[in-house]
Design a protein around this ligand. Structure first.
Ligand SMILES: NC(=O)C1=CN([C@@H]2O[C@H](COP(=O)(O)OP(=O)(O)OC[C@H]3O[C@@H](n4cnc5c(N)ncnc54)[C@H](OP(=O)(O)O)[C@@H]3O)[C@@H](O)[C@H]2O)C=CC1
Ligand SMILES: O=C(O)[C@@H]1CCC=N1
Length: 271
């Protein structure tokens, strides 16, 4: 199976909200014809309605791929809408947090090839990262196909085991929200030091964006990059003494946050 098969046989999307739209915009940008896309979503967004994709139309007989992007809590209600696609001919890719592959096998049949994937919203600008793992029915070619689709919205990593998915969700699936909160709070702290709000926000956004890009592209690892900013007994050292405090600093706080997200992902396994 290749991208031409997807274009020829069709791609079905069950749910096209924030994450579904982020992925779809990447696929359309990378050349998937809108006429090959069939969306099932009760309240399609204005953006979706202008994309030229089929919305609420009859589904093609054996689409190449079905992407499941509804909330885990809606899964039991929504999944039966695509149970006809569980004939082994369609590669099912779920991006739902928490929902295990077994849930899809139970509804769609144990012969269905299913890839469980965890993308993130920077996919909307082609800068996402998606982790993926498939069940035993996913052929090497189908896994390559899933990866090719997801590579058009950013980087991909293949997991050794589905058990890693809760931790992955807690780090990179939810992670953009932690970074956006860092931007919000850095700007607020700048305001507290007397900066005008717009200036504080510009400084915070550019600092997080630039530091993120440097961390991704530099030869030095993030530890060395941090050291490079930190002059002995300078301003950064004063801040890091607060942030790196073993009781009240970032390490313990982020560890607790990521553990909470992973625990919630495990809970969502039950819908
Ligand atoms: N947002 C993110 O950063 C990430 C989300 N995910 C996963 O992606 C999935 C979608 O999340 P997200 O896009 O944020 O959520 P949204 O609520 O934005 O999108 C879900 C979409 O599914 C629609 N929907 C609801 N019921 C049905 C149904 N029965 N049939 C078809 N469509 C339905 C919703 O419509 P309506 O709004 O009208 O209810 C909505 O448009 C979740 O499983 C989430 O865990 C994974 C990684 C990152
Ligand atoms: O918050 C959530 O449950 C989803 C999964 C990862 C990001 N958003």
């Amino acid at each position: 199976m290749n991208m031409n098969d997807v274009a020829a046989r069709g791609l079905v999307m069950l749910g096209c909200g924030k994450m579904g739209s982020a992925m779809l915009s990447g696929w359309l940008r990378s050349g998937l014809p809108p006429s090959s896309v069939y969306v099932i979503d009760p309240y399609p967004s204005d953006w979706l309605k202008t994309q030229g994709v089929h919305i609420g139309a009859d589904l093609p007989e054996h689409p190449a791929v079905a992407v499941i992007a509804v909330k885990p809590q809606m899964m039991a209600e929504a999944l039966p809408d695509v149970d006809a696609l569980g004939d082994g001919e369609t590669l099912v890719i779920s991006v739902a947090a928490g929902t295990p592959i077994a849930t899809f096998e139970n509804v769609l049949g144990s012969k269905t090839p299913i890839v469980r994937a965890m993308p993130n919203t920077p996919a909307a600008i082609g800068r996402g990262i998606t982790a993926l793992v498939g069940n035993g029915n996913v052929s090497a070619g189908a896994m390559d196909m899933a990866e090719a689709l997801l590579l058009s919205i950013g980087q991909c990593v293949r997991l050794e085991s589905e058990d890693q998915m809760d931790a992955v969700t807690a780090v990179s699936g939810s992670g953009p929200a932690y970074v956006f909160h860092l931007i919000e709070t850095l700007a607020a702290a700048g305001e507290a030091e007397g900066l005008p709000p717009a200036l504080a926000m510009d400084l915070a956004k550019a600092t997080v964006g630039g530091a993120g890009e440097l961390a991704e592209t530099a030869d030095d690892d993030p530890t060395q990059l941090r050291i490079n900013v930190t002059s002995p007994n300078g301003t950064t050292q004063a801040a890091l003494d607060v942030l790196m405090d073993t009781e009240t600093g970032f390490p313990r706080l982020l560890q607790r946050a990521v553990a909470a997200a992973a625990a919630r992902s495990r809970e969502l396994a039950n819908g």
